[in-house]
Design a protein around this ligand. Structure first.
Ligand SMILES: *Cc1c(COP(=O)(O)O)cnc(C)c1O
Length: 474
C-alpha cells in the first residue's frame, strides 16, 4: 500500500491545548464565516466547515464524552450540490432517471431528501425497498436489483410497477411464470443485467464485471449473446439492459467500456426490422471517490466524457437512461466523529483508543489498504488540533487486535477527551453498521450551514440505546 498522506494541515485556530480549552465556550458567538460552502480547502472550505460543525455539535451535546461518544454527520448542502452536479453532467435533452443506490446510505430521511432533489432510488432487497417506499418514492422511480430476488419479491415488484433488472436465466424463467399468471400486464420496466466481462478494478471485492463475477448474464460466454438475443425476441416485455461494472477502484474507461458493451448489444438487437427491442439502458453506478484529499475527483462530467467516447449511441436519443450512483453522491458529504478515550505507547508506537472502530468503519478495518480514510484531530471543543505530527495508531473500541482505522498516521498528538473525525464517510460507513461487541448504532445528524456560519442540525437517525439493542436480541 502506498503511504496514505493525511489532508493538508487544518487551519489551526488560536486554540491553546491547555486544559481550559476543553471546556466549550457557550458564550462565544457562532463565528461568522461567509461562504462556508461545501467542498474546497482553505477559508470557507471543507475543513473549516467541518470544524464549525464539530464545535456546534459539542456545544449542543450531539457529541458528549459520556452520552454521545460517536456520531455521524451528513452535509445536506453538500448532498444537494452533488445531486445538482450529477444532473448537470448529463445532457439536458437526454431522458434520464438518476436513482440513488440505497445501500450507500439507507436512512429514510436521507432517501427522502434525495427524492426531493429529483432522484429515484435503486434497491437490492426487501429492506431497502421498504425504506425507499417509506421515503415516499413513487414505484415508477424505484429500480429493483439483486442477484437473489425471491418469487414473492418479484411478484410484489410487478404488482407495484417497480422496474426490475433480472440477473440470470433462472430469474427470467421465474418472471415468465409470474407474468403468465397475472391477469393484467405489469407497468414495471423489465431488463436484464449483463456482465460485460471487461475485467476488474483495483479492489477485487468491488469488481462486478470480471469473467467469473456472480452478477448478471456473462455476455461473452459461449452462446450467451445469441441466447439473450432470442430471449428478447420472444419477450416483447423485455426492454432494458442493465450493467454495473463495479464500485470504487474501477477506472472510468473500464466502467464506460462496460456500458459500451451493453449499448453495442442493444444496437445489435435494435438493428433487426420491427420495433426497437431495447428502449433503455441502466448504466449502474460505481463512480469512484477520492479518499485521499478534499477534491471531488473524478467528476460526473469526466465520466460522461468517457461514456461519450465508449458509448456514443447512449446519447443519440434512441435510449432512455437510468443511473444508480451511490458512493459518489454521499461519501464526501459525511464524516464520523468519535472521542479519544485513552492513549498509550506500545512497543514505541503511540496508540489512541477511540470510539470509532469496526462497527462503523468495517471495510477500513478489515481491508485497510483498499479503504484508507483521512482522519483529523480536534480538541474537545471541536476545534482543529495543531501540533507537530506524531505517528499514531487510531484504534477503535472493539475487542480484537485488528480494530484499527489508521496505522502510524501522522497527527497532532491525541489526548484523552480529544475528538477524531473520519472523513468521507457519508456512504457505506455508519449506515452500514457491524454489530460487533454489541456496540450500538450511533446517531446520524444532518446539517446545513447558513450564510452567517450558523449550523443547523436535523436528526437522520437516533442513537440506538442499549435497552433497544437488548430487546432486539431476545
Ligand atoms: C452498489 C451498486 C450501485 C452503487 O454503487 P456505488 O459505487 O455506490 O455508486 C449501483 N448499482 C448496483 C447494481 C450496485 O450493486
Amino acid at each position: 500500500m502506498t503511504v496514505h498522506q493525511p489532508s493538508s494541515p487544518e487551519p489551526s485556530g488560536p486554540e491553546p491545548s491547555s486544559p481550559t480549552s476543553s471546556t466549550p465556550d457557550p458564550s462565544a458567538p457562532e463565528p461568522t464565516r461567509r461562504g462556508a460552502g461545501p467542498g474546497g480547502a482553505g477559508p470557507g472550505g471543507a475543513a473549516e466547515r467541518r470544524e464549525l460543525v464539530l464545535r456546534a455539535a459539542v456545544r449542543r451535546g450531539l457529541l458528549d464524552p459520556e452520552d454521545a461518544l460517536l456520531a455521524a454527520f451528513v452535509d445536506l448542502d453538500g448532498v444537494a450540490a452533488s445531486v445538482a452536479a450529477l444532473h448537470r453532467a448529463f445532457p439536458a435533452d437526454l431522458d434520464v432517471l438518476h436513482t440513488f443506490a440505497a445501500k450507500a446510505n439507507c436512512l429514510v430521511p436521507v432517501l427522502a431528501r434525495l427524492r426531493g432533489l429529483g432522484m429515484g432510488c435503486e434497491v437490492a432487497g426487501p429492506g431497502e425497498l421498504a425504506q425507499a417506499l417509506a421515503a415516499g418514492f413513487d414505484a415508477g422511480r424505484i429500480v429493483f436489483d439483486s442477484p437473489a430476488k425471491t418469487r414473492r419479491e418479484l411478484a410484489r415488484a410487478l404488482d407495484l410497477g417497480i422496474a426490475v433488472n433480472l440477473d440470470n436465466w433462472q430469474e427470467l424463467a421465474r418472471v415468465d411464470a409470474l407474468l403468465d399468471a397475472r391477469e393484467s400486464p405489469t407497468r414495471s420496466r423489465l431488463g436484464v443485467r449483463i456482465n460485460p466481462q471487461v475485467g476488474g478494478g483495483a479492489i477485487g471485492a468491488m469488481s462486478t464485471a470480471t469473467a467469473t463475477s456472480k452478477f448478471g448474464i456473462p455476455l461473452a460466454d459461449e452462446g450467451n449473446a445469441d441466447r439473450l438475443h432470442e430471449a428478447f425476441r420472444e419477450r416483447p416485455w423485455l426492454g432494458w439492459l442493465h450493467v454495473h461494472v463495479g464500485s470504487q477502484g474501477c477506472p472510468l474507461d473500464l466502467m464506460a467500456q462496460g456500458v459500451g458493451e451493453a449499448v453495442a448489444f442493444a444496437e445489435r438487437l435494435n438493428a433487426e426490422p420491427g420495433p426497437r427491442r431495447v428502449v433503455g439502458i441502466d448504466i449502474g453506478g460505481g463512480l469512484p471517490v477520492n479518499f485521499a484529499g478534499e477534491a471531488t475527483d473524478p467528476t460526473f462530467e469526466a465520466y460522461v466524457d468517457r461514456l461519450r467516447a465508449h458509448a456514443p449511441a447512449l446519447f443519440g436519443g434512441g435510449y432512455r437512461v437510468v443511473t444508480e450512483f451511490g458512493r459518489s453522491l454521499l461519501a464526501k458529504n459525511g464524516f464520523t466523529a468519535a472521542y479519544v478515550e485513552y492513549t498509550k505507547v506500545s512497543g514505541g508506537r503511540h496508540i489512541a483508543v477511540t470510539h470509532a472502530g469496526a462497527q462503523v468503519a468495517t471495510r477500513t478495518v478489515f481491508m485497510p489498504d483498499a479503504w484508507p480514510l483521512r482522519i483529523t484531530a480536534h480538541h474537545p471543543s471541536g476545534g482543529a488540533k495543531a501540533g507537530e505530527p506524531v505517528a499514531q495508531d487510531v484504534a477503535g473500541p472493539c475487542c480484537f487486535a485488528g480494530d484499527v482505522v489508521a496505522r502510524a498516521r501522522p497527527l497532532p498528538l491525541l489526548e484523552p477527551g480529544d475528538l477524531v473525525a473520519l472523513l468521507d464517510t457519508g456512504a457505506y460507513y455508519a449506515t452500514t453498521h457491524f454489530e460487533y461487541n454489541s456496540l450500538p448504532r450511533p446517531a446520524v445528524h444532518g446539517f446545513t450551514v447558513d450564510a452567517a456560519g450558523g449550523v443547523h442540525f436535523e436528526p437522520l437517525r437516533p442513537a440506538q440505546g442499549v435497552d433497544e439493542l437488548v430487546r432486539a436480541d431476545r
